[in-house]
Design a protein around this ligand. Sequence first.
Ligand code: HPA
Length: 236
Amino acid sequence: MTVHLEAAPGDVAPVVLLPGDPLRAQFVAEQFLTDATCHNRVRGALGYTGRVGAHRVSVQSTGMGMPSCAIYVHELLAGYGAKVLIRIGTCGAIQPDLELGDVVLAMSASTDSAMIRHRFAGMDYAPTASFDLLRRAADLGAGLPRPPRVGPVLTSDTFYARDDDWWKRWAAHGVLAAEMETAALYTLAAHAGARALSILTVSDHVLTGAHTTADERQRGFAQMVELALALAAQVA
Ligand code: HPA
């Protein structure tokens, strides 16, 4: 038991999927895991542990944004000995050749947040995915009709930006999409010697304003969960 997780030691598997949304955690547990039990209800941040085939896998919601995500990731690493953390989330595309529903594997995560700088006394750390997880996920997704795009993302503190052009400097440097958690996940996992990867579906397009319907989001989410669970089964 940690400050924000009521699971008993051993109730959480070493491989944990991390959606932001608690209802997505419940959906994964109910639709994709065998014999899932709920290990956390504190603050409504639902968490479950079940099986994929013979492998134990957990799914723990993190809430939105780096501070919330960092709390759950820290407690999973330090309190429960998590070894593999796979974020399953959404992102806003900032490159014209990305389409709604595309899957992005976040190779690295730049950030406009001060959170990582605080940790590094004002210097810039480069939050990076586990190469092992990234390569496995890219290989697993290679046969899909639209294979995952592998590249850098922006982890932002802001969802509703005041400046309409905020994305341009990032897009000009090859950043694929914006989301709000990955830089914290990669930094904390690296410090703990754990492996981490963010798998993201494009839920909206910042350049065009297009966004997915709830139904499209659900289908895109299911495709991403299947990829994440295939990866989890390989490394569990
Ligand atoms: N910005 C930040 N986070 C997001 C976005 C976005 O446009 N879309 C989905 N998550």
